[in-house]
Design a binder for this molecule. Structure first.
Ligand code: FE2
Length: 447
């Protein structure tokens, strides 16, 4: 009787209750721009049978896509749930593509997807994001108002420990809300920060690997490898199982968007980017990106920054010469909860402290570049954009220039902010905006 009642209730549930998390867009395993583009759409449901289908608008009608597949995640404290995934294929580059979902034949969701653009586009970047604060929501609203084509989060995607339950409480309700329809309309990309990997023994940690769908072209890591995010047998098995091939490989990857090539690095302390396998991948990736107009590196832990907080977390510095050798234009990082921009610089390591804390070396700074009249940078510009929601670090330093490193050009920690990149083949404009859309900083790079 109870089963029958439950079945009847389920059949008449209103459409919005079909989802635990409504559909959201991901780039999927599509590193290169394609003549026929694709996007992944993911959604979460209870662990109950349902006949799901995804359709795309074609002329006046709708065309069914390949059937979705799901992984089951059974990791407390959330009840077991399903992570569905479908791939939208044969998309026109740059198109705005209506798509909809049906459950048991009834339309339960409809949105319009922004397909990857082949040319000029707007990418929004921020980090240290979903902590449930008013700042997080305000930045998300401002990001929506900035009308990005895609969004990249530079790590510490969700607080406190990257758990599935954290995503349910603080991530999806903000970035994929009915009133704030970001994730269902533009693809989100990201890189795991220290809060996104399983550094504590909670069973639903490292949900990044199960909930995100990003290119699988990073170093071919396997569970147990020294450079792989460490998991504890008997604790994290459910997340690992639900992640499929994404764990541990999806921690680093690369992708193209328009004229830009992005190299995305897992900078967590367990990764040794000086090890032969990691270094070889990084070099090979940047080498293949020679033809791109812009080369951007995104990672969580900055190489160069001025905040007193995390000042000693410098273990990524030794990759500098590789980035310089292959002409990387921008490094975008988070971890430090504020905004900072360096002058174009080059760095040669002279001394590495224990576990990369700290790393000393020689700087060569492009003093001429001003991003306004002198826009051809000689060196790499290092940006910290970690003011996306979490509590700000060292706001007092904003006005005390003497507390900045000599190569820091901008330091803003008295408010939350995010980065807007307007990318064209010969020109890249970078602006930092606050929650009211006010411009805090702006530079132009030209080639
Ligand atoms: Fe962090």
């Amino acid at each position: 009787m109870r089963t029958l009642l439950l079945a009847l209730l389920t059949a008449f549930l209103p459409a919005q209750e079909a989802f635990l998390v409504k559909p959201y867009l991901q780039l999927g395993d599509a590193p290169k721009g394609l003549a026929k583009e694709r996007l992944d759409v993911l959604w979460h449901t209870t662990d109950q049978e349902g006949a799901w289908s995804v359709e795309m608008r074609a002329g006046k009608g709708w065309v069914a896509q390949a059937a979705p597949a799901f992984q089951r995640l059974d990791a407390p404290p959330l009840p077991p749930h399903r992570i569905y995934r479908a791939t939208l294929r044969n998309l026109g580059p740059g198109a705005r593509m209506p798509y909809r979902l049906k459950r048991d034949g009834a339309v339960v969701f409809e949105a319009v997807a922004q397909v990857r653009k082949p040319g000029p586009h707007r990418m929004v970047v921020f980090g240290d994001a979903a902590d449930g604060s008013a700042g997080q929501v305000a930045i998300a609203q401002a990001v929506l108002a900035a009308a990005p084509d895609a969004v990249f989060i530079v790590g510490d995607l969700v607080y406190g420990m990257g758990q599935a339950s954290d995503y349910r409480a603080r991530f999806f309700p903000v970035y994929n809300a009915e009133a704030l329809p970001l994730m269902r309309t533009v693809p989100f990309l990201g890189v795991p920060g220290n809060h996104d990997v399983p550094f504590r023994k909670v069973p639903d940690a490292a949900a990044y690997f199960a909930y995100w769908s990003l290119p699988m072209n990073g170093p071919a890591l396997k569970r147990g490898d020294l450079n792989a995010a460490p998991v504890v047998p008997g604790v994290h098995d459910a997340v690992v199982a639900a992640s499929g091939a994404a764990y541990p490989r999806m921690a680093s990857f690369s992708f193209d968007y328009g004229p830009a090539h992005w190299t995305v690095l897992d900078s967590n302390a367990y990764v040794d980017w000086e090890s032969p396998e990691m270094k070889a991948w990084l070099e090979a990736d940047l080498k293949t990106a020679k033809g791109a107009a812009w080369r951007i590196v995104a990672l969580h832990h900055p190489l160069f920054q001025s905040s007193r907080s995390h000042m000693d977390d410098q273990w990524m510095r030794p990759i500098s010469p590789i980035l310089e050798k292959y002409g990387v234009d921008l490094v975008l990082a988070g971890h430090v909860h504020n905004y900072q921009r360096s002058a174009p610089l080059r760095f040669k390591t002279t001394q590495i402290g224990r576990r990369g804390k700290p790393v000393a070396g020689e700087f060569t700074v492009d003093e001429a570049f001003d991003g306004k009249t002198r826009t051809r940078a000689q060196g790499v510009i290092h940006v910290v954009t970690g003011a996306g929601g979490a509590e700000l670090y060292d706001p007092w330093q904003t006005d005390i220039r003497a507390s900045w490193q000599p190569w820091t050009r901008t330091f803003i920690s008295d408010r939350h902010s995010f980065t807007v990149l307007d990318v064209e083949a010969k020109k890249l404009r970078m602006r930092q905006l606050d929650a009211e859309g006010r411009e805090l900083d702006a530079i132009t790079l030209t080639k």
